[in-house]
Ligand binder design. Sequence first.
Ligand SMILES: Cc1ncc(COP(=O)(O)O)c(C=O)c1O
Length: 382
Amino acid sequence: MITSKLPNVGTTIFTQMSQLAVEAGALNLSQGFPDFDGPQALRDAVGRHIASGHNQYAPMTGLPTLRQQVAAKITRCYGVEVNADTEVTITPGATQAIFCAIQAVVQRGDEVIVFDPSYDSYEPAVALAGGRCVHVQLNRDDFAIDWQKLGDALSPRTRMIILNAPHNPSGALISRAELDQLAALIRDRDIYLVSDEVYEHLVFDGVRHVSVLAHPELYQRAFVVSSFGKTYHVTGWKTGYVVAPPTLSSELRKVHQYVSFCGVTPLQYALADFMAEHPEHVDELPAFYQAKRDLFCDLLRPSRFSFTRVAGTYFQLMDYSQIRPDLNDLDMAIWMTREYGVAAIPVSVFYQDPPQGQRLVRLCFAKREETLRQAAEKLCVI
Ligand SMILES: Cc1ncc(COP(=O)(O)O)c(C=O)c1O
């Protein structure tokens, strides 16, 4: 009998709900991916690069042209310079970047602080490194950091804190003042950060994302992670990157080179071309997704769900306490999928210890207008 290294891990809720959506013929607003394609020019570029022979291994750290485009984008968006050679590493997805950062730093017996609700890939990666996650709950109303709880959770064994802003599943942002407060709290401690910023370009209402890249003190101890999949509507390409100071990047690369060695070559060429030719793509993303958020929320106004429009990401939380307070959120998500044809994600799966009586499901609005209209029609009759 094999002794599982991850005894508590099964098939994720994202796979389960997507399967149930197919079985029930429901609209899938559960897993976070668009039901529309990435830009035509980007897709055409992949074909061009495959046809022209860009089909062998890329450099371990990523194609230089793509790393340079990432560095240029960072300067444009956040006003800071990073070295494309020593600080930027292209990875097969943000998930792999996060995994490698954790393996590079976390040692047996170390503690890693994650904020609940938290993305599901963090904890298994910490467990495989021999560490232990310490779960700190975000505020229940606005999903901001509770500084008292964070302070209480720090210990001499704390080796890493994982931040995620814009935050999945709540859409909450982080402010410069909060980053300052975090810096003050960990200033004299040997603690590293993973800053999961995969939704960095999905921030609404004229607000700008505050990146750890633009916080010099925190950046010195940070791995900042992003995903081309989210930014260019190509989640299936599983291509991301991590930016970290040279000494941290060099440790991360030691892991990355044996987990995958490199990312997919023609995809990297295509992304580099597209970023060079269409730098405006990232500037247009907030308005693009804000229009989807607003359409969806406007259509849901007559429904019995209650909600506050999200500040970022492509997820909208919906409180269903007026509809079926008797159902826990997993049962609610299953019921909505089977009976009303809209698949959602229960928010309790993002917690180690879900708050009592919380009645929230997460819906993904990275969908065509037609899908959002159909989904809203169904949700309004629940
Ligand atoms: C918070 C968060 N981090 C990381 C990822 C993974 O990104 P990738 O598909 O590039 O691995 C996701 C995808 O849903 C996410 O929501």
